[in-house]
Unconditional design. Structure first.
Length: 362
């Protein structure tokens, strides 16, 4: 069954009275909780080889049979899997995305979006609306990144673990990397730096599209510790210099392209400008150098855009934000760049900045 993406209800929802449509919208939390349970129990993995009865699924998951049936019946109602006769369940194209054995699984993203790290701050959304302060710190008593670092050694099954966040962000990177690399030609550059580049997944993909280029990967020490293995698996280890660092400190110079992928939306404008000014300083007098930001460009008023939901996430989690194109232009200008392309709107996009000389040095 398809779902109406505007109302969050069944396909005929727009024909229903407005009060009924409002009640349908409140089902979002119920749907996300059911989805989280299905992902946690690895139901998709169990259905990969064919339909299973509720008795089999309950035995394999160690669950109460009738309670599990009622949850899976609800999941089938919004299309997450398919209920067949005699209480049998089968996978469909939506279920497949929750399997843990496929390259483009989103299971960890689903688990993270249903974790305490996301769920509890949304319960305090009104705190952020009233104060302008991130609800995450209000709920957990410490900033998001401190919380994640402290939780990194806990069990992966713990909802708020830093390890789960890392895996979820890797899955997000996989889902957006092809989109970004298909939008831009990197072969013009000879040395490409990825600032805050994690394990090097994105940089590896970029270098594989630009076989003559060399790369530089910069991130915090505990993050890049896992990079050598990944870079070797992708066949680019001999072309990448790994730098343990912090993008709020001076950045390595000598590169003609600086990539900043899905980083700036974590930060408010003041911090984002600091990061970009670091890139501008690293480029120095290179007028042919480029800043390449890979982030969301928010659509106009009333237009459907997942970025508007992500924007609330960023507000609650870090005090960050998703930005419209004019807001991106203002951010670039404050850091010494001018927009050099026409990014797509309402989606993840490549935002290209060319360095401009200040009036003092022009």
């Amino acid at each position: 069954m398809s779902v109406d993406t505007v109302t969050g209800g069944p396909p005929h929802a727009r024909s229903l009275p407005a009060p009924v449509r409002l009640i349908l919208l409140t089902n979002g939390r119920r749907i996300s909780e059911v989805l989280h349970v299905v992902a946690e129990l690895r139901i998709a993995d169990l259905l990969a080889d064919g339909p299973r009865t509720i008795t089999e699924l309950a035995e394999q998951t160690g669950c109460h049979q009738e309670s599990l049936y009622r949850v899976l019946r609800c999941a089938a109602a919004f299309g997450l899997l398919t209920e067949e006769a005699a209480r049998r369940f089968a996978e469909n194209e939506l279920t497949v995305g929750l399997r843990s054995d496929i390259p483009f699984s989103v299971r960890d993203l689903v688990l993270y979006n249903g974790s305490d790290s996301v769920r509890r701050p949304y319960g305090e959304l009104l705190h952020t609306v009233r104060t302008g302060q991130p609800a995450f710190e209000h709920v957990f008593g410490r900033p998001f990144f401190t919380h994640g670092a402290d939780d990194r050694d806990t069990s992966d099954r713990e909802a708020g673990s830093g390890a789960l966040f890392d895996r979820a962000m890797t899955q997000m990177s996989r889902s957006t990397t092809h989109l970004f690399t298909s939008q831009y030609d990197f072969t013009r550059f000879s040395r490409i730096a990825d600032i805050g580049g994690g394990h090097g997944f994105f940089l590896s993909a970029v270098l594989n599209t630009a076989p003559k280029a060399r790369g530089l990967l910069l991130d915090q020490p505990h993050v890049v510790a896992a990079a050598p293995r990944h870079l070797a698996e992708e066949g680019v280890a001999d072309r990448v210099e790994i730098v343990r660092g912090d993008f709020f400190r001076p950045l390595p110079s000598g590169c003609d392209a600086y990539l900043v992928k899905q980083v700036l939306h974590d930060w408010d404008d003041d911090h984002a400008v600091r990061i970009l000014r670091g890139v501008r300083t690293a480029l120095g007098d290179r007028t042919d150098g480029r800043l390449l930001v890979f982030d969301h460009v928010v659509a106009g008023p009333n237009d459907w855009d997942q970025g508007k939901f992500l924007d609330v996430d960023m507000m609650l989690r870090f005090g960050g934000r998703e930005r419209t194109l004019p807001e991106w232009q203002d951010l670039l200008a404050a850091a010494g760049f001018a927009l050099a392309n026409e990014p797509a709107v309402g989606r993840w996009a490549v935002i290209e900045g060319r360095p401009v000389r200040s009036r003092r040095t022009a």
